[in-house]
Ligand binder design. Structure first.
Ligand code: PMT
Length: 403
């Protein structure tokens, strides 16, 4: 289930006797490392409480599309935008019918209509309702549009009947959404190099200069590229993160060791995404022995020299080059300078003064500036999702170049 780690799953729960089973689904998704946002229809709230889901997911629960107090409800379009997959479990015949005809009267139908993410539907209803011609037509209509159905299972139903209509097991639902998340292999054949983390510039054997980068942004991009089928090399400065499975991990420390690793990895690569926070300065001299405190000395001047600019130095004419700009002021002007000076295809500017973006958080809010003067402001997104936007652009540039 590693494909769900860091993924944004919107779980829509509709009103059914099986609604209580959605708590197990939310819990298992959470354990698999997914970020789970639960939406309960008014009918679902007759069966289960939002408190259950809030406790399991540690996130606000959307209970009403028009609830002004809910952070997510007013942002249901943002929820649709950041979802990697929308799961409706259990899905009643009524919700399936509304989706089939594009009706929007609750936060689930609004989210589904506004999302481009895969939608997985796990029906639960009485056998006769499931077998009715109209429900069959509605399901067929949605399947033809690419919605994925898992189940229903066959067995004893709440109505006393036996037949199809049971919500399938949590394991089957998790497998279905895991497959749907990792099924788009649109970057197969591309070699992508990503850098991450903050470099460490040694002063002496025990001290170094570094910065606040956690590596989360770079690791998120590497993970998204891997999931989409790219061959990924992740060049990582020291971080506290677990290595990303299925990518070539190269561990480095300083700007200079990162330069060597990037140059090696970029031979024959299609794109380089420099999400690392690379030190601009390193100590002019490395002290071979631990620097001692000198009695009576209350100041120390450390001389620094410039590090090589990796993005500028890397040589591969065909390489698509993507930079990041971490700015605390004049975001657009500073990022534009870097875009031009480093000769990049595009740059991803993040305002590091916001508490939910930039360093050491799971989300980021970025502006993408390209070399033709284009600008795209993205909403607050998980860092993997920011990665998807970057990868979409790389794919487009590559396709243009291959024409
Ligand atoms: O790691 P996280 O905690 O998730 O935080 C993410 C982040 C804020 C570190 C990331 O999103 C980010 O903004 N990375 C770039 C930070 C930075 O150092 O920006 P810069 O403005 O100093 O450099 C501009 C670009 O040049 C960057 O792509 C950088 O990797 C690159 N660079 C910088 C210096 C250097 N010597 N060589 C370079 O190639």
């Amino acid at each position: 289930m590693s494909s769900l780690k860091g993924r944004s799953v919107v779980l829509g729960v509709t009103g059914s006797i099986a609604s209580y089973k959605a708590a197990d689904i939310a819990s298992k998704l959470n354990q698999a490392g997914a970020l789970v946002d639960v939406i309960l229809t008014p009918a679902a709230q007759e069966f289960v409480s939002s408190l259950t889901f809030r406790s399991l997911t540690h996130r606000p629960v959307v209970t009403d599309m028009l609830d002004a107090d809910s952070e997510l409800a007013v942002e249901h379009v943002a929820l649709a935008e950041r979802a990697d997959v929308v799961l409706i479990a259990p899905a009643t015949a009524n919700t399936i019918a509304k989706l089939a005809y594009g009706f929007v009267d609750d936060a689930i139908t609004a989210t589904v209509l506004a999302t481009t993410a895969p939608v997985v539907i796990a029906p639960a209803m009485d056998a006769k309702m499931y077998q009715s011609a109209v429900t069959n037509e509605n399901i067929k209509r949605l399947e033809d549009r690419g919605y994925l159905f898992v189940g229903p299972g066959v067995g004893n139903l709440a109505s006393g009947l036996t037949g199809p209509g049971r919500l399938v097991d949590t394991a089957d639902i998790l497998n279905a959404i895991s497959d749907s998340v990792s099924s788009t292999k649109d970057l197969e054949g591309l070699r992508i190099v990503v850098s991450a983390g903050g470099t460490e510039e040694a002063i002496d054997p025990v001290r170094h200069i570094t910065n606040r980068s956690s590596g989360k942004q770079g690791y998120g991009i590497a993970q998204a590229a891997r999931d989409r089928g790219a061959e990924v090399t992740l060049i990582s400065a020291p971080t506290a993160l677990a290595p990303v499975d299925g990518v070539n991990m190269v561990n480095v420390t300083s700007a200079r060791t990162m330069l060597d690793a990037v140059q090696d990895a970029c031979e024959g690569a299609d794109a380089l995404v420099m999400a690392a926070a690379v030190a601009d300065w390193e100590p002019a001299e490395f002290a071979q022995q631990k620097m001692k405190k000198v009695k009576g000395q209350d100041r120390l001047v450390l001389e620094l020299k410039k590090t090589p600019d990796i993005l500028f130095e890397v040589r591969n004419e065909a390489l698509i080059k993507v930079g990041f700009a971490a700015e605390s002021e004049d975001l657009i002007a500073n990022a534009t300078d870097k875009l031009q000076n480093k000769n990049l295809d595009f740059i991803v500017a993040n305002d590091i003064t916001a508490s939910d973006a930039g360093f050491n958080v799971d989300t980021n809010r970025v502006v993408i500036l390209d070399k033709s003067g284009g600008r795209e402001d993205l909403p607050l997104l998980l860092k993997e999702k920011v990665g998807d936007h970057i990868l979409d652009r790389i794919k487009l540039i590559k396709a243009e170049a291959n024409k």
